[in-house]
Structures are given as C-alpha cells and as structure tokens.
Design a binder for this molecule. Structure first.
Ligand code: APR
Length: 393
C-alpha cells in the first residue's frame, strides 16, 4: 500500500497543476495516469489562455517559456454580413489579454517542473475504483505493470477528464448531470500557412461557422462547422479552402492564406456540468466535472480556475486547519462555472447555423452579434468573459 496526502487521478493540466501547487506548499501528492507518458505529452488540444491562467502560470514559477513563446492577442475579428467587426477586448476590458499557447506546452511545462522536483507519477496505470470516500482515508485502486496497487490518501482529486472514473464514484442519487449536445461539430485543420492577420477571426456565415487563428507565425489553426457525424475523409483540401474562403473572407480584409494541410479532425460539441463537484473526500476538477463547447476557448482555463480554488482549499486545510475552503469548494467553482457555461453556450448559439433554423432566429443571431461588437456595453461584457472571470481564491 502506497501512502500520500492527496491522491490525484489524471495527468492532464488539472492534475499536474494541482500536484505542482501542493508541492510549492510542502503538501505531498501522487499522480496516477491511465495513458503512457508520450501520449500525455503530445496530445493536441485547445490553446488559448485567458489572463488569469497566464498570471497563475507566472505565480507558480512557470511563466518563463510561456512569456517567450505565447502570442498575446488583443482583438477578435467577427465577420458577418460581408464585413469585419473587430472587437478589441484588450481595450474593452481595461488592458486584459488572451494568449495563444497550446495546451501541450502547458502540460510540458508542468510535467518538467514535477519531474525536476521528483514527483511520484504512475503512467500507464488505470484507476479501477475508489473506496472509502465517506470515511477518513480513501483508497485508490489502480493497475501498474499488470499488478493491482493501492494508494491510501487523505483526499482524492478527480482530475481524470470527461471519460474518467472518479465521477462514477458519486452515487447516482446524489448526482445531477446537465447536458446539451449540439447538432454540429468542428472540423479542425492545421495548415502550414502564415495567418493573413494576427487577430483571431470568426466567420459567422449562413453556410456555418468558421474560425482562423494564429498557431505560430508560420502555422494557422482553422475550424469549419460541419455535421457531427461527418468524416474528415469527406473534406478534400479544395473543399476545405473553398469553404474557409466563403465563410471568412470579407470586403476590405486580406483573404485567408492557403498552405499545406497537415491535420484534419472532427470534434463533437457539448455543454456538460456535474453537481456536486465534491462527494466526501473526492473533489472533481476540470473536464471530470464540466465540458464547454470550444467556442470561447474556456476548457483549459476552467480547469485551471478549479485547481486554483482546490489548491487554496487544501492549503487552508493542511496549513491552518481551516475546513471552510474545502466545504465551500463545490459551490465556489460551480457558481463561476455556470457563468462560463453561459458565455460558452451563448456564443456557440450566436455564431453557428442550426439545422432548420428560421429566418427570425438568424435575425436574432445578427442582432446579438451587432450588439456585442457594435456597442460599448456589448464589447465590455464579451471582453470581461473572454479574458476570464475572476476566481475566488
Ligand atoms: N485512471 C487514470 N487516469 C485516467 C483515468 C483512469 N481511470 N481516466 C482518465 N484518466 C486520465 C486521462 O488519460 C487524462 O490524461 O485523466 C487525464 C484527464 O486529463 P484531461 O482530459 O486533459 O482533463 P483536465 O486535466 O481536466 O484538462 C481539461 O482538457 O479536454 C481538455 O478542453 C479541455 O483543455 C481542457 C483540459
């Protein structure tokens, strides 16, 4: 039997960040991760950090590479009715920004810091079940190198993503799940092409949504709304570029640049939230507790916000014997998370074409887009949410 203070399930950004925060405060943790290390390091995921996440990375001593490599963004260019409607969220939020810094870079920074500090991490080690969450010392059962192992801890952090196991440890009669699946997906494309403009660009077109953003000065990240059951094989390069030009190019702006397509994949879209985020000594964080559609780029940032609160709560428990933070964890995170859901789902509804959508609904979308980009109040609301709501920790 292995012993530690905090048992962490999942080596995604949430699990790694929690382990790092606890280490800085002298609190022990062990991470148990189902996948192999190379898979964890190279997984391609979202990549926009909000102001609070960037500040958190700096505060925990992980800002150096990020400050060198991340691309600071000040504006989002909404394109509709054949015009560009540039929303300067930096100005509208009083100087806050967003940064393009892919999730695998955040994970690489965290992984390196944890390894340098000699962290105990089990890779290729699926957790099979958790026991004793309502007692004083839960046990995490997992497998490593074909052997069953047990980790005994004070608390379990369920950082094992949407398809993880920890949420299922909460009894059905205590669990409330809120779920919305959207009738479309995103075809994600990576192209060796310098972006035509530096701003993140959204095309809100009657054919469907499209997006362009800088990945590096030589590589563009692009997305096209598509059927959720579509296959990337149905999208030839010519079809992709034709659709991107149609949905993103507008009068008075340079057309998007084409280049060699190096990656095509389809992502489904959902909004999901699980209540409560705590059961006994189990604390859920990140994708284990909530999923947002990628509109708004909130997934990674929401995970980091949970971890900031959970880290603080565990520090208050161990250092000051104060339980109030742990007791308030679920409510603190959920209150913020519902606001994040509202922003993400609201944007998602505003910019996509829904099957069978009426002309009236299209009119409402355009009115929402005009209000958000064309009024000081609308810009301020977008900017406040996009650059990140405050975290109570
Ligand atoms: N045992 C051990 N590890 C597990 C298990 C299990 N039974 N089930 C899942 N895991 C691991 C997964 O292999 C994964 O590495 O938990 C990890 C969860 O990591 P993420 O899915 O990255 O979740 P999180 O850390 O909450 O990060 C949220 O990920 O999906 C994106 O948009 C989302 O950017 C956001 C971020």
């Amino acid at each position: 039997m292995i012993r530690t203070q905090v048992g962490i399930i999942g080596a995604g950004p949430a699990g790694f960040m929690l382990s790092h925060l606890l280490h800085l405060e002298g609190i022990e943790s062990v991470i148990i991760e189902r996948s192999q290390k190379d898979h964890v390091r190279s997984r391609l995921r979202a990549g926009v950090l909000e102001q609070g996440t960037v500040e958190m990375m700096r505060e925990v001593g992980l800002g150096e590479r990020m400050d060198r490599l991340a691309l600071e963004q000040h504006a989002l260019d909404f394109r509709f009715n054949n015009r560009s409607h540039r929303l300067d969220f930096h100005e509208a939020s009083g100087g806050r920004s967003a940064w393009v810094y892919p999730q695998y870079e955040v994970v690489a920074d965290l992984m390196q810091a944890r390894e340098e500090a000699g962290a105990q991490i089990f890779y290729d080690a699926p957790v099979t079940h958790i026991e004793g969450l309502e007692g004083s010392r839960p046990t995490i059962h997992f497998e490593s190198e074909g052997q069953p192992l047990e980790l005994s801890c004070d608390f379990v952090a369920g950082c094992d993503g949407f398809r993880g196991i920890s949420r299922s440890a909460i009894p059905d009669d205590k669990l409330r799940l809120y779920d919305r699946v959207y009738p479309f997906g995103w075809l994600g494309i990576l192209a060796d092409a310098p972006p035509a403009i530096q701003d993140i660009t959204w095309g809100c077109h009657p054919d469907g949504f499209a997006m362009m953003s800088i990945r590096t000065p030589e590589v563009t990240r692009l997305y096209l709304q598509c059927d959720p059951d579509d296959s990337p094989d149905n999208w030839s390069d010519d079809r992709i570029w034709a659709a991107l030009h149609k949905r993103l190019d507008v009068d008075g702006q340079p057309p998007i640049n084409e280049g060699r397509i190096t990656q095509k994949a389809i992502t489904a879209m959902r909004s999901f939230i699980c209540e409560p985020m705590r059961f006994g000594r189990l604390f859920l964080a990140g994708d284990a507790a909530h999923i947002v559609p990628p509109t708004g780029a909130k997934g990674l940032n929401a995970a980091m916000a949970d971890i900031k609160v959970l880290g603080r709560s565990l520090v208050e428990h161990y250092k000051r014997h104060d339980q109030r933070w742990l007791d308030g964890y679920a409510d603190t995170c959920l209150e913020r998370m519902w606001l994040v859901q509202r922003f993400s789902a609201g944007l998602c509804t505003m910019v996509h074409q829904f099957p069978g959508q009426s002309a009236f609904e299209r009119g409402m979308q355009l009115a929402d887009l005009n209000y958000m980009t064309g009024t000081r109040e609308g810009r301020a609301v977008f900017a406040h949410n996009f650059t990140g709501l405050p975290v109570q920790a």
